[in-house]
Design a protein around this ligand. Structure first.
Ligand SMILES: Cc1cc2nc3c(=O)[nH]c(=O)nc-3n(C[C@H](O)[C@H](O)[C@H](O)COP(=O)(O)OP(=O)(O)OC[C@H]3O[C@@H](n4cnc5c(N)ncnc54)[C@H](O)[C@@H]3O)c2cc1C
Length: 498
């Protein structure tokens, strides 16, 4: 233990910021996290309404498989403890068109059989899909050290452990979800492959996502998003880290091309040896350090939302009687078209939280609907007056309710509205640029966005955020926190291993 510990200030207490704090403490630094909201967790959040709990985030957590290096990271930061249990869930999701339904089961063989039964004429594509999901199950995210710091030995090891992944890239790497859906003849299979992720997403990311469910590497920890964030807070504080909530930061102080501390919104100056920005990247550039520090790579993405779209969602939650809803998991279905955020929706998804009995009073469960929105829709919501915003939200809730009742008539009289939120909610709550809750979408033919997590022209400032690597998400956030500290520790020639 050093006598005079160096100090790291971390701006933002989401998963990336908490991870940076935990790894900072483990590496022997004195760390303090400043979070604008009353609670840490950022987008990995949940809140209560009318005796129910609404879970904002985890649909699947990549890195739950024991023995993987990402699992080790989740354990180190306390997100997964020895006694953490996982939800009993046997499917990824179900797509319904008319009276026909098809499910991507956790059991891949069952999926394959179901798809073949439904559409024998698509046999070649179905078998190819299943084989490549098996290959993709080997795909492991590097979590030991940043990729740019990996040596030839690291690449050889990584290559050996993911021997079949190139096959996935060869077959699906140059197509998006729409192209993939186009390979199938049956309309329900076409819907299945465009329902879950925005249709612009590259098909290989979808295969990797489904493969993580199939291989047990993408489970949902029981208790959900807020409980997981709280476990990380506990771990951080047990290690001696200081967490300041309700503490918005207005500036990162840069003197002589070096980050030297922060200024809080109430004008307090706090100095440190290092600053880690764990907020949304645009919040950092725009408000905390100034856009003059944004280099061409970032700029080219922000300025071209066709090439690098961002997505968010309009969501609504309902409490329903369990006896009136006998479905499980996430279901997509056709609905009469309606508009929300200026965008037409003709399919809807509904996710049931029946697997979390603690999320609703006895005999009830929570249903959540999510309708995709992009940059344009964020601007639509953002430009509305307060009254118009409320009116449009109410119209959206009414439209959703009507369509749920058409699809699931038994819900009539057994459903109560809990809450509705939009891309603007993510902006207000987390300062999320355009309400985006993931990083830039990787479209086909476009190089996936990835940066080191340093800022050109500013020493001692590091970025820990899902934004440093597309597509973002919790694994990128947690490793970004670790990697920011890894860079600081390497600079300081710190010998602690973590
Ligand atoms: C509906 C939904 C579903 C999702 N599903 C999944 C999923 O199934 N799997 C998955 O891997 N990921 C999922 N995600 C994405 C995941 O939530 C994010 O990738 C992750 O939480 C981002 O973490 P972060 O720490 O990088 O950013 P954030 O969570 O945005 O944290 C940034 C923090 O900084 C704070 N902050 C901002 N500005 C300031 C300031 N000026 N001063 C102080 N504090 C500030 C914010 O309040 C916030 O707490 C989902 C997200 C949503 C919204």
């Amino acid at each position: 233990m050093r006598e005079n510990k160096k100090k790291i200030i971390i701006v933002g207490g989401g998963i990336a910021g908490l991870s940076a704090g935990i790894y900072g403490q483990l590496a022997g630094y004195e760390t303090a996290v400043y979070e604008k909201n009353p609670l840490a967790g950022g987008q990995c959040m949940g809140w209560n309404r009318k005796g129910c709990h609404i879970d904002n985030c985890i649909h699947w957590l990549t890195g739950t498989k024991k023995g993987t290096s990402l699992r080790k990271v989740w354990e180190t930061v306390g997100a997964l403890e020895e006694n953490t249990q996982f939800v009993e869930c046997d499917s990824f999701y179900t797509s319904i068109v008319g009276d026909t339904r098809v499910t991507l089961w956790k059991d891949l063989k069952r999926t394959e059989m179901e798809l073949l039964r439904l559409s024998p004429e698509d046999e070649t594509e179905i078998r190819k899909f299943a084989a490549h999901v098996r290959y993709a199950a080997e795909c492991e995210m590097p979590a030991e050290k940043p990729m740019d710091a990996m040596g030839i030995g690291d690449y050889i090891r990584m290559g050996a452990s993911m021997a079949d992944m190139p096959k996935v890239m060869k077959e699906y790497g140059s197509m998006d979800m729409q192209d993939m859906a186009g390979r199938f003849r049956h309309p329900v299979l076409k819907a299945l492959f465009t329902d879950y992720l925005p249709k612009e997403y590259t098909a290989n990311s979808f295969l990797v996502s489904y493969a993580s469910i199939v291989s047990g590497n993408g489970e949902i920890p029981l208790g959900g998003s807020l409980a997981m964030a709280n476990r990380m807070v506990k771990r951080f504080q047990q290690l001696g880290g200081k967490l300041y909530c309700g503490a918005p930061v207005s500036r990162i102080l840069i003197r002589d091309k070096k980050a030297v501390g922060i200024e809080t919104a109430d004008k307090e100056t706090i100095l440190a040896d290092y600053v880690i920005s764990a907020v949304d990247a645009m919040e950092m550039f725009d408000r905390l350090i100034g856009r003059k520090y944004m280099d061409a790579k970032w700029r080219s993405c922000y300025e071209d939302s066709d090439k690098y779209p961002l997505f968010s969602g309009v969501q609504a939650a309902f409490m329903v009687e369990r006896q009136a809803y006998d479905e499980k998991g996430t279901i997509f279905f056709d609905c009469t078209p309606f508009e929300t955020g200026g965008r037409k929706a003709d399919r809807m998804s509904v996710k049931s939280y029946e697997y979390e009995p603690g999320f609703a009073p006895s005999g009830k469960t929570v249903l959540q609907v999510n309708i995709a929105q992009f940059d344009q829709e964020y601007l639509y919501w953002k430009e509305l007056s307060k009254d118009e915003y409320e009116t449009r939200k109410q119209e959206t809730v009414k439209a959703i309710e009507e369509r749920l009742l058409i699809q699931f008539p038994n819900l009539r009289g057994h459903m109560e509205f809990l809450d509705c939120w939009t891309p603007v909610t993510y902006d207000r709550y987390c300062n999320a640029y355009h309400g985006a809750y993931m990083s830039f979408v990787t479209k086909k033919g476009v190089k996936p966005f990835r940066v080191k997590g340093t800022v050109k022209g500013v020493k001692n400032l590091y970025i820990a955020s899902q934004w440093i690597m597309a597509p973002g998400g919790l694994p990128v956030a947690v490793t970004a926190g670790k990697f920011a500290v890894w860079r600081i520790a390497r600079k300081d020639k710190c010998e602690k291993k973590f």
